[in-house]
Write a protein that binds this ligand. Structure first.
Ligand SMILES: O=C(O)COP(=O)(O)O
Length: 227
């Protein structure tokens, strides 16, 4: 890889995966051997990106829950931003009105979540948005789930926090992603790339858009640094 390879902030779903949300195995050696820091920045709860880093064999530097959770292994720091009680109150009120979060009784999507609540993408969003607003929260549509989340935390504030711990600047980073929850990350990163399956917000806020979709798009985004 080139000596000018930047540190990388990368989304998971839709960016490192195929269209079925399965990790594309071709991204594994790229991330494992990336010569700079890799930050996994996701809407998922912390155990998922932590496990991804562990199995990739890379340092655990993670932005989870759309910026609500930031973990930097190198400095042994964990920061939580958000009002989980308010998010839980939204979920309870949503259920009281006869709706369901949509993830079943065990609910692996919410089980380890510390700052947000997520609702399955096929559930009604209008009542969720009304309840979120009543509690000072917003609903973020990642294309994979509705996140009831604190508007003061996002993947951009997450990268700021990571950088404060590591004495780096967000502007040093290449960011790659695919949805509106990547927009603020794109804003703070030095270079931002949306894969071609990205939603309108991500496409608008990215510096460039790849020709290819999903993990093929990620491989295209990082190709200039791998020559
Ligand atoms: O959890 C989601 O809804 C999306 O996750 P992502 O940020 O890794 O795409």
């Amino acid at each position: 890889m080139s000596s000018e390879t930047p540190p990388l902030a990368v989304d998971i779903d839709g960016t490192l995966t195929d269209d079925q949300r399965a990790l594309d195995p071709r991204v594994i050696p790229v991330l494992r051997h990336w010569p700079e820091r890799v930050v996994v920045a996701t809407g998922k709860a912390m155990p998922f990106p932590i496990a991804l880093c562990e199995f990739l064999g890379i340092g655990r530097t993670v932005i989870a829950e759309n910026g609500g959770v930031v973990f930097v292994e190198a400095t042994d720091s964990l920061e939580l931003v958000g009002d989980k009680d308010a998010a839980d109150a939204v979920a309870a009120a949503y259920r009281d009105r006869g709706y369901d979060l949509g993830f079943g009784a065990v609910d692996l999507a919410n089980r380890w979540r510390e700052t947000e609540v997520v609702v399955q993408i096929d559930q009604p969003v209008a009542p969720l948005e009304a309840l979120a607003e009543e509690h000072g929260l917003v609903v973020l549509d990642t294309g994979y789930a509705y996140h009831v989340t604190d508007p003061s935390a996002d993947k951009g504030t997450g990268l700021d926090a990571v950088c404060a711990h590591l004495d780096r600047e967000p502007s040093e980073f290449l960011a790659v992603g695919d949805s509106e929850n990547d927009a603020q990350l794109f804003d703070v990163a030095g270079e931002s790339v949306a894969v071609s399956n990205a939603d309108a917000t991500a496409r608008e806020r990215a510096d460039r858009i790849t020709e290819a979709s999903y993990a093929d798009g990620f491989l295209e985004a990082v190709a200039p640094y791998r020559e």
